[in-house]
Design a protein around this ligand. Structure first.
Ligand code: CO
Length: 459
């Protein structure tokens, strides 16, 4: 009997996709001990946008959040999402910082690090993978899924073999836009299973309505693990429902080791939580809708809404069709990057700019310039040489690995912060998000001084 295991995403991806990661720790703390008994393969609970949002909006120390989850869930593997050489930010960091970050993530309780790169450049994945393995954690090598003439099964298989050679112990197909159809999933999972002897995890979103079919065909092709979310936090831009997949897969004769009674308790807990966020507007009804336009235009849902809001602010909504037609051309010129943060923003903004300027690449953002210089890594196909020349002029693009040009930063930053940073974790928070961390440290200090003051007054 084929066994299918589940990664529950409510604490990270479902939370991030439906309500911009605004779920504070206190809201889900009461259910953690119950979740620990559900029988999940893992709970995805950290990384992605959680780190940024903890510091920026929730006044929470992301490291402390992780330690608290770890303490409440001793029996379940905890998973995080890491953007390879970008860690959790939007630029490349030096290798020493990537290594320190991985070390402390594992030290604070992470068991599985899912590592991806927006361009699928192995050079941007290898240091994070190597360090994860060295720390004794599970490195899950992820493919950022997209479609293009160069994103063939052969090329995906080549990448997967490189990930296996690096030491990844599972492979994840990460379909961040929910555009992978059931046939594509079946073919890709089959090809990966033929090529390497590693468990395959399929990650997709319900955005276009394909997810249940895509996951079912993935399982038929031999996928070992699927990513799902508890029913109240499933659907729309989030993952497919855990309980529904467990039900359907069991009916079809697959082994599912989840405890239904516990799943029900988890769903019962999160339902009023969700209703509260729907009532206060944090969770918008449009996040729960099905959007098949993404399939027609081959752009992720989030990117489509960005295009619309950009055109709206420029009073040019009537140019939408032109911008949508220009988007795949820009993507082709730039060597077919998968459309995921940060490349989706770069391509979208450039397409709108090209249309509104009436001349292509007359104006270019600093990000696109850096991309053309090679600072984001090797592109899936070469950048169109004429476009690259037009953007860079006489400047020569980088030939090696961008991170190799960066000076080590951890010890220097630690010395510079002095007493402000109380731990290596603080130093890493600062390196990832300097302004946010600075404010967080100051607020923490002020809050503690208040506590001391009140205690003295009471005495
Ligand atoms: Co996702």
């Amino acid at each position: 009997m084929q066994r299918v295991q589940f990664v529950e995403t409510v604490l990270r991806d479902a939370n991030q996709s439906l309500m911009a990661t605004r779920l504070p720790y206190a809201k889900f703390e009461p259910i953690l001990e119950t979740m620990d008994k559900a029988g999940y393969y893992a709970v995805e609970c950290w990384g992605g946008a959680t780190f940024d949002v903890c510091l920026r909006y929730l006044n929470e120390d992301p490291w402390e959040r992780l330690r608290k989850i770890r303490a409440k869930m001793p029996n379940t593997k905890l998973q995080m999402l890491l953007r390879g050489q970008n860690i959790l930010g939007y630029k490349h960091y030096p290798d020493d910082v990537v290594r320190k970050f991985v070390q402390h993530a594992v030290k604070n309780g992470i068991d599985i690090i899912r590592i991806f790169d927006a361009l699928n450049d192995p050079d941007n994945l290898k240091v994070a993978v190597e360090e994860t393995v060295k720390c004794g954690a599970i490195a899950s090598g992820a493919i950022s899924y997209t479609t293009s003439p160069v994103h063939t099964l052969e090329n995906y298989v080549k990448l997967v073999k490189e990930l296996a050679a690096m030491g990844c112990s599972t492979i994840c197909i990460k379909d961040m836009a929910g555009i992978m159809g059931p046939k594509e999933a079946y073919d890709l999972v089959s090809a990966i299973k033929d090529a390497v002897d590693l468990p395959v995890d399929v990650h997709t979103h319900c955005t276009t309505g394909l997810a249940f079919m895509t996951l079912l065909k993935s399982v038929e092709a031999g996928a070992d693990i699927i990513d799902t979310a508890t029913p109240p936090f499933s659907g729309g831009t989030s993952q497919a429902s855990t309980d529904t997949l467990a039900y359907a897969l069991r009916q079809l004769g697959y082994q599912v080791d989840l405890d239904d009674a516990v799943l029900k308790k988890v769903a019962d807990f999160f339902k009023p939580v969700r209703d509260g966020y729907v009532a206060d507007g944090t969770l918008m009804p449009k996040s729960m809708a099905t959007d098949t336009q993404c399939l027609t235009y081959q752009v992720p849902g989030g990117m489509l809404s960005n295009l619309l809001s950009q055109l709206k602010t420029m009073n040019a909504l009537d140019r939408l069709d032109e911008a949508l037609a220009e988007t795949p051309r820009v993507r082709k010129d730039l060597g077919y990057p998968p459309l995921v943060t940060p490349t989706s923003q770069m391509v979208g903004v450039q397409a709108v700019t090209n249309v509104l300027q009436g001349e292509r690449y007359k104006k270019v953002s600093s990000e696109v310039r850096a991309y053309c210089r090679g600072e984001y890594g090797r592109t899936p196909a070469p950048i169109d040489p004429e476009v690259q020349k037009q953007i860079l002029g006489d400047e020569k693009p980088l030939t090696g690995r961008y991170a190799d040009t960066l000076e080590p930063a951890f010890e220097k930053t630690k010395a510079q912060l002095g007493d402000t940073a109380r731990s290596d974790e603080d130093v890493l928070s600062y390196i990832a998000f300097p302004q946010l961390a600075e404010k967080f440290f100051a607020d923490r200090q002020a809050a503690e001084e208040n506590v001391v003051k009140y205690t003295i007054e009471e005495m």
